[in-house]
Write a protein that binds this ligand. Structure first.
Ligand SMILES: [Zn+2]
Length: 436
């Protein structure tokens, strides 16, 4: 992406997010508005929206059923099987679990339309053995993962029920997908496989994020490393004079802490975890840290990465030099690689998402860049947005995560309108999403 285009995208985003009316600043072409309005005004679509409103309690009940099914990183199979079963029960003939573990259910269109993926992620950040019991207090639900992204999975099922109940025939195909590996070290393995194995996808929606009004269309790239320092170890008194793995790591962290990054494009880093050592009276023979670095631009990400990795190697050299010899070694392992990507807010998929939010009476918020399943398609130049879930989620990724279901159906209605506008309905409106 050229720097000047990037700057204008950022300027546009800042302008839009700086104003409370948010995406009102986005100049959506008349033709796009006309297509969207035709879809929204169609009697079958109106019936589907009404269906979704009445389906609110069922959707919430299903959300509560799904959240108690564990889905730790790399161990999503049980939830995947359950989700596949739920989709099959809704009548999908083409429903499968792919080799990576994604659940894919295909709803064929009438033809000549684009293929749109509508997805939510199956995995949670919570480890095996986490108590997933749902507790209710003051109208809110509490459970780890109750919003992120169990709500997204439940919203897809409600969308399917609404399409089934009203018999809406879209032009484009819709693939309803539950992805694996969205969180943490899952490293987007689900969407990576999805786009590696299916070259026919024209657009991608991820239903993820704590508020229905939010639309994310910029992708923060991240690289994550596990850095392991090794040395001879030994008694703190008797073997004094040997280099220490922890001291080497400390030197590295001190250097990393001083790395400078630009404000624009926003570029960040942190040493997220540390571990190592044997006992208080031992020279440490091992030390390990995990690092996260991010940027909305790949070149900047590569710059900060180079600086940090150099700091690690210099630290090892210094620790060895302090005591003489070269007993400390380091192993640097890339454990996360999420590509960055920018797309113009002036694209049909962003327009459709913004119009969807507006149509249900909410004020669209074009969000800052973040790291979601949409990173992968955006990095490939495939139109993609991450759109928020209905209701209000709080404390994502914490054991105290909560979900306020007030008017949550608005999120589902918004998802359906956006989806239908993108794939089109024959005789009503052409798809807003182009075939690639
Ligand atoms: Zn999520």
């Amino acid at each position: 992406m050229k720097a000047n285009l990037l700057q204008s995208v950022f300027a546009a985003v800042c302008l839009m997010t700086g104003i409370t009316a948010g995406a009102a600043e986005l100049a959506i072409p008349e033709a796009a508005r006309a297509r969207f309005s035709a879809i929204a005004a169609h009697p079958q679509v109106k019936a589907a929206l009404e269906f979704i409103r009445k389906d609110d309690a069922k959707t919430l009940a299903e959300q509560k059923e799904i959240v108690v099914i564990p889905a730790p990183p790399f161990k999503e199979e049980v939830r995947a099987k359950d989700y596949h079963r739920r989709l099959v029960a809704l009548g999908f003939k083409e429903a499968r679990i792919d080799k990576e573990g994604n659940v894919i259910a295909v709803r064929r269109g009438t033809g000549n339309g684009p293929t749109l993926v509508v997805s939510a992620h199956l995995d949670t950040v919570f480890p095996e053995g986490t108590d997933l019991t749902v507790r209710e207090k003051d109208g809110k639900l509490f459970a780890p993962g109750i919003g992120d992204d169990t709500r997204g999975l439940a919203e897809i099922l409600s969308m399917v029920r609404a399409l089934n109940a009203t018999g809406i025939k879209t032009m484009g195909d819709i693939w309803f997908v539950g992805t694996v590996g969205e969180e943490g070290l899952g490293d987007l393995r689900g969407v990576k496989a999805l786009f590696r194995d299916n070259k026919n996808i024209d657009g991608f929606i991820s239903i993820d994020g704590p508020e229905a009004a939010r639309v994310t269309f910029l992708a923060v790239g991240s690289h994550r490393y596990r850095v392991t320092f090794k040395g001879p170890g030994g008694h703190s008194f008797g073997a004094f004079g040997r280099p220490s793995a922890i001291h080497a790591m400390g030197r590295a962290i001190a250097k990393i802490a001083d790395v400078q990054t630009p404000k624009q494009p926003k570029t960040t880093f942190t040493v997220g975890t540390v571990g190592g050592g044997t006992s208080v009276n031992s020279i440490a023979g091992n030390a390990v840290m995990e690092l996260d670095m991010r940027s909305v631009e790949n070149p900047t990400l590569l710059n900060v990465e180079a600086e940090i990795l150099k700091a690690v190697n210099v630290a090892v050299t210094e620790e060895n030099a302090r005591w003489g010899g070269n007993a400390i070694s380091v192993d640097i392992k890339l454990v996360g690689d999420r590509p960055a990507g920018v797309q113009s807010p002036d694209s049909p998929i962003v327009h459709a998402a913004v119009l969807g939010v507006t149509a249900v009476g909410l004020k669209p918020i074009l969000d800052q860049a973040s790291s979601t399943d949409s990173n992968l398609p955006i990095s490939l130049g495939i139109p993609a947005v991450t759109i928020g879930r209905g209701g209000k989620g709080e404390n994502n990724h914490a054991f105290t995560e909560s979900f306020d279901p007030k008017d949550a159906y608005l999120g589902v209605q918004k998802n359906l309108l956006t989806t239908l506008a993108l794939v089109g309905i024959e005789g009503v409106a052409e798809p807003m999403l182009l075939k690639r």
